[in-house]
Design a binder for this molecule. Sequence first.
Ligand code: SAM
Length: 284
Amino acid sequence: MELWYTENHTDNVKFSIKVKEHIYSKKSPFQQIDIFETYEFGKLLTIDGLVMVTEKDEFVYHEMISHVPMAVNPNIQNVLVIGGGDGGSVRELTRYKNIKKIDMVEIDEVVVRSCEQYIPQTACKLNDERVSLYFEDGIKFVEDKENEYDLIIVDSTDPVGPGEGLFTIEFYRNCYRALTKNGILINQHESPYYERDSKEMKRAHRKIKNVFEVSKVYQFHIPTYPSGHWLFGFASKGIDPIKGLDANKWNALGLKTKYYNTDIHVGSFALPTFVKEMLEDETV
Ligand code: SAM
């Protein structure tokens, strides 16, 4: 008998991965969490039936969410990660000696504990002494923060369920206030390809553009997300992600990466015409 994990990428497109074993399944107060052992992608974490992380391609997502802002401002010391329960973003951030504090605010402790047990590849650095874990709603957490973080990474699920409020203008305003003068906001920015995802992408961009002086979008290729074409947002109070990049300085750190390099840093902000047009569309 063959076992397959299947996700509907649209009503008319399905994506399937052959499964060796369904190793974990739990309904938390917030969402349904499953972990599978697969033939091609290693361990696979899904939340509410959507791929979050696979061992084979998580490096793309986690390197691009963390090294892009760190290369623009290597003096970042205080970081807030919202979501990110698999631990992959924190793992990459802990590679920077300059960082003094990483607060990770994940609404669902079950995601963290299940990843610690079954996906240590991503959850391996959550016990770093600079990391504090808060099992709270990230939306609430930032409400009373001011001038506190040099970097906020919103490593969230899609804007449904508990992740919905992480895509609102109030939340972006609170992040702005929580950031220092040279602070950077990076957010999971959905995808331009299928309509369901591109609608959210356009909405998020319009809101962030309203709040931040600089609001750019960059892309990466991740095989297990719908269409494989995915985006992060880069927003700041003035720092530009390309003019602000000091490639020599980042390269001198000697960090070994599999996807990120300072050429792809610059290239990832060059967007296809259809994506540029979507981002300029003010009617959403
Ligand atoms: N790489 C992933 C992706 O884009 O598919 C995101 C990974 S991470 C597992 C997303 C996490 O965000 C989940 O563990 C979820 O519990 C958390 N999350 C959703 N809404 C949240 C909220 N309001 N506050 C804090 N964490 C939240």
